[in-house]
Every structure is written in structure tokens, then in C-alpha cells.
Design a binder for this molecule. Structure first.
Ligand SMILES: Cc1ncc(COP(=O)(O)O)c(C=O)c1O
Length: 439
């Protein structure tokens, strides 16, 4: 007799969505490999998510890093209510724009001038345009395994298949999307991260063409990989010497290690920085910020045109001011630090007790679980050898234990997580790991 499985509400909704949304999703990355469909959510509250079938989960995706405050933080709700009460005054300058910019300038070492945008993709695109105008050059250096959004100029070698990535010391640019005109490849150079010789040779040989080097200072998108000691310092010195703009993409690393972002944590100040995700307190806000001199290239001061109807939407700016106010308080960081100190060793112990080989690579409030690896990775190729099948099976089992991880590279907790949440999550994680190890 054939067994009939009850179809969940999530599956029904997904089937309906497929009729009107390409692939049933509004962002391709939202497909959860463990479910074979998106994780369909009804609401979030603090550290918890509730799916459309009424199940509760402790959330370690935190909106891919945007919900650093947790879901529905009271200060963000109050800010949004104020924006509503003031008429959702879109496309006008408000006094709060400069307040937000000043707060960013106080916290982020590279920020003298701040220009807001909406998404991370948009802001890396404008940062390289600004660098091109400032230097009068066009080529951009990026690193293998570093992700800077979805626009055509940087759509190379974020997560290349290892058999199509070319030599390790001179990667071939791998095009991440169909439809990028082949002519654009002449404007990008892909280098291995943490290889100072490759960087120095390339920058010296092509300094006349290179406008910018863009880098994730902590490469969360490929395993929370840290720069080797001295590497970013050397990158800073070389770019300064050769007239190349250094851009830190801190859309993900920003506000994970402290209020001064990865640049403060690592002690290296770039010319330009891109921010996003956590900045808006869970609303859509990004920014490119930098020295007065380089940001002088941005319109109306300079020729790098930047504008937009929805730039710095009041809902997002008021929410960002609420976030930045909290980010100025030492208690905020002490709480995140305390969570990490309990959670990360606990994760290592849980996997060990369960007999599942996992390298836990964690920096600040975000981390990666590298299944099947036993050493800290120093670049994308080392991290990309992790066992995807094991990872997917674990994430599926964790969902059944009420712990939500998305099935992609990086995870994180929020300021709304408590020590009790961490302990409860560790129990679920160990139970899931045991089931996978036994299967
Ligand atoms: C480092 C980095 N840069 C850029 C982006 C693109 O941001 P968005 O998804 O807001 O366009 C992301 C998103 O994950 C990111 O992690």
C-alpha cells in the first residue's frame, strides 16, 4: 500500500508561488538545499522564527546577517512607527540623514563622508565607480571566494567550481552569471586571498590600469577566513604607494566584531568601505563611505553620479539610527562577545561528542561550519573542500530539532539571543549531529 505523506502548508504555498515567481522564490539564494525549497516563514520574534506550519526555530541565519538586533527589536519598531507617522516621506532630505552619517563617521575609522544606498549590490557598484572616477583608471582587483553582490562588474569567482577555477596562484575569472557581457572581463583581475606575492606582482605590473582593490577583510562568504598577519597591512601600503583605491567590502563583516567593524578589529583603514545588512536594523539600507578626498569624486561634488528615489528611505534611516545608538553602547558588544564565548566552544564539543567532523570557523558574531575539514582555512580553495552532502544532511536534521541554519556558507546569532537560547540550540545541534553521524 502506498504511503501518503501529509503535504505541509509550506509545500502548498511554495507550489502556488512557483506559478507566479521564477522558481517560487524572490531571491535565488533562498532555496534551502536541505528542504529542496525555500524555508517559508510566518513571523520572527527576537531570536526565534515561526514557519507557516506553526513550528518554532532558534534562528542562526538572522536574515543572512541583516537582523543583528534580532527580529522586531522594540527600538527599530518605534523608529519605523515614527517614519510612518511622519508620512513615509520618501525622496526628501531629512535631518536624520546627517545624524546617521555622523554616527557612522564616529564609529567606522575610514568614514569621513557617507553616501547611503539601498542594497549591498548597489553600493559596491557605486564604490568602484567612485574609485574609477577618482583614479581615472578602470580595472578592479578582487579575490577568489569573495562576494560583492550581483552586478556585472564584480560577478566573478565568488564561489567557482574548483575544477573550473584555473591555477591556484593565478585564478581564471569564473563568471558567476550568464548574461554578463564577455567584454567586461577585461576590467577585473581575480587573485588568491592571502597570497602577498601574487598581489604585489599584479599591482606593480598593472598599476597604470588598476583603479581599486576590493576585499572582504574577513572573508565570511567563504568560511570566515581571516587575513594572515601583515597581509592587509601590506595591501594598504602597496595600494597607497601605487595610487590604487583600497575598498573594504564590510557589508557582511561590518558590526560583527565591534562598532568599528573589521577595519577597527584588524587595525587597517581603507580608502572606501561598503556597509549594508546590519546597518539598517533589518531594513534595506547600505552605504559607501570613505575619506573626504576619495568621496569628493561622488556627485554633486565630482563626476561619479550617484542618486536614487529610494536612497536612504526614512524607514531605513530611522531604523539605522536606532541600531547605531545601540551599537555605541559597550553592553551591546559585551553581550555578543559573551554569546560567542559560550556558543563556539560548545559547538566544537557538541560535534566532537556526536562524532561528526566539523571545523568551526568563527569570528565575532558570525561563523561557518566546515564539515569534514580539520584545519583553519586560509583561502577559498581550502574551505571549498568541505563536505556539502554532510552539511546539507546536518542542516536538515537541525531543522527537525528546531534549529534553523540556511544551507549556505555563513551563519550568525543576534543580540536578541540569550545564553539560554545558546544552550537550547546546542542540545538540538548535538542531537542533529548524532543522527547524521549514525545514518
Ligand atoms: C560581502 C558582501 N557584499 C555584498 C553583498 C550584496 O549585498 P545585497 O544582498 O544587499 O545586495 C553581500 C550579500 O550577502 C555580501 O555578503
Amino acid at each position: 500500500m502506498a504511503l501518503t505523506r501529509a503535504v505541509s502548508r509550506a509545500e502548498r504555498l511554495y507550489n502556488q508561488a512557483e506559478q507566479v515567481l521564477p522558481g517560487g522564490v524572490t531571491a535565488a539564494a533562498r532555496i534551502n538545499a536541505a528542504l529542496g525549497r525555500p524555508f517559508v516563514v510566518a513571523r520572527g520574534e527576537g531570536a526565534r522564527l515561526y514557519d507557516v506550519d506553526g513550528r518554532e526555530y532558534i534562528d542562526f541565519c538572522t536574515s543572512f546577517g541583516a537582523s543583528l538586533l534580532g527580529h522586531g527589536h522594540p527600538a527599530v519598531r518605534a523608529a519605523i512607527e515614527e517614519a510612518l507617522a511622519r508620512g513615509i516621506l520618501c525622496a526628501h532630505e531629512l535631518p536624520e540623514h546627517a545624524v546617521a552619517a555622523r554616527r557612522i563617521a564616529e564609529l567606522v575609522p575610514s568614514a569621513e563622508l557617507v553616501r547611503f544606498a539601498t542594497s549591498g549590490t548597489e553600493t559596491t557598484w557605486h564604490a568602484i565607480r567612485t574609485a574609477r572616477v577618482y583614479t581615472g583608471k578602470h580595472v578592479v582587483v578582487k579575490f577568489e571566494g569573495h562576494f560583492h553582490g550581483y552586478h556585472d562588474y564584480l560577478g566573478y569567482s565568488a564561489w567557482p567550481p574548483l575544477d573550473r577555477a584555473g591555477p591556484a596562484d593565478a585564478p581564471e575569472p569564473y563568471v558567476e552569471s550568464a548574461g554578463i557581457p564577455p567584454e567586461l572581463q577585461q576590467f577585473v583581475i581575480v587573485l588568491p586571498f592571502n597570497d602577498l606575492d601574487a598581489l604585489e606582482q599584479t599591482l606593480r605590473a598593472r598599476a597604470d590600469e588598476i583603479a581599486a582593490v576590493i576585499v572582504e577583510p574577513i572573508n565570511y562568504n567563504s568560511g570566515a577566513i581571516l587575513p594572515r598577519p601583515g597581509y592587509l597591512e601590506a595591501m594598504r601600503a602597496l595600494t597607497r604607494e601605487l595610487g590604487i583605491v583600497l575598498i573594504f567590502d564590510e557589508i557582511l563583516s561590518g558590526f560583527r566584531t565591534g562598532p568599528d567593524c573589521a577595519q577597527g578589529y584588524l587595525g587597517v583603514t581603507p580608502d572606501l568601505t561598503t556597509l549594508g545588512k546590519a546597518l539598517g536594523g533589518g531594513t534595506a539600507l547600505s552605504a559607501f563611505v570613505g575619506s573626504r578626498e576619495v568621496m569628493g569624486a561622488v556627485s554633486p561634488l565630482g563626476g561619479a553620479v550617484h542618486s536614487g528615489t529610494f536612497n536612504a528611505h526614512p524607514i531605513a534611516i530611522l531604523a539605522a539610527n536606532a541600531f547605531l545608538e545601540l551599537a555605541r553602547t559597550p553592553e551591546f558588544w559585551a553581550h555578543l562577545d559573551g554569546l560567542g564565548k559560550r556558543f563556539y566552544p560548545g559547538l566544537g564539543d557538541a560535534f566532537e561528542r556526536a562524532g561528526l567532523p566539523v571545523w568551526v570557523q568563527a569570528v565575532g558574531a558570525r561563523f561557518c561550519l566546515l564539515f569534514g575539514l580539520d584545519a583553519e582555512p586560509t583561502n577559498y580553495r581550502e574551505a571549498a573542500r568541505y563536505d556539502r552532502d554532510l552539511a546539507t544532511r546536518f542542516y536538515g536534521a537541525a531543522l527537525e530539532e528546531g534549529v534553523y541554519f540556511h544551507t549556505m556558507w555563513h551563519h550568525g546569532f543576534s543580540a536578541a539571543h540569550t545564553m539560554a537560547d545558546v544552550d537550547r540550540a546546542l542540545e538540538g545541534i548535538e542531537a542533529a549531529a548524532r543522527r547524521v553521524a549514525a545514518s
